[in-house]
Design a binder for this molecule. Sequence first.
Ligand code: ZN
Length: 255
Amino acid sequence: MLSKDELARYDRQIRIDKIGEVGQLKLKQSSVVIVGAGGLGSPISMYLTAAGVGRIGLVDGDKVSITNLNRQILYGTDDVGKDKVFVAKERLKKLNPYVKVEIYPTWFTDIDIAKNIFLKYDAVIDATDNFQTRYLINQACVSLGKPLFVGAVGRFIGQAMDVSPHETACFNCVFPEKEKEVVSLMTERNLSEGIIGTLVGTIGTIVASEFIKFTLNIGNTLFNKLLIYDLINNEFSIINLEKNPKCSICGDLNK
Ligand SMILES: [Zn+2]
């Protein structure tokens, strides 16, 4: 049930016929864990908190640095030096006290750490900034059958895709870990080349919207699709993907 205060808080989205009170209740009953409380994790966690997702996990072992502040809008100048997830939890609680925020100040050094956390949630969002962690998250999601929503950014280019393990292309189907030249297509290689802060806002809100649409079962999602946004040229493109039966993570031999 939604309280009177919740009905008022979510009034503007409850008014949308595809959402309504039923949809709002679905959001309240949903849970998601976001890996990475940085540039992408900031808008994703803030919008999902504001939207009324019932339980949100946030994983990040990092501390706030002054170089984060051009894009990581969860944090302010006074937070430099503090653990990200603790600051983030306070910020999100202020935004919406009805959402349960659970924090994990840790790094994914092995897959069991990831799996133990993912087990507690309906879905996983990859808001990280490095390949090693992305492959580990993807592998953990495939092994648990957890839906995965991926966002990636670098300089002026952002990407997003959704994964339904064993049903649609996984991250490794599209960017096979062993093929380094394919990996170089992804955007993180550009992290050292810098990133414009507004880009994580665009990609972060796309990823957050994907989770909402998935939870409400509405609209067109990015399963078997890779969305590419080119900020500098104002171009959105979508590439159709296919599951690779020989994928080393989700292929037929790994069922
Ligand atoms: Zn795969």
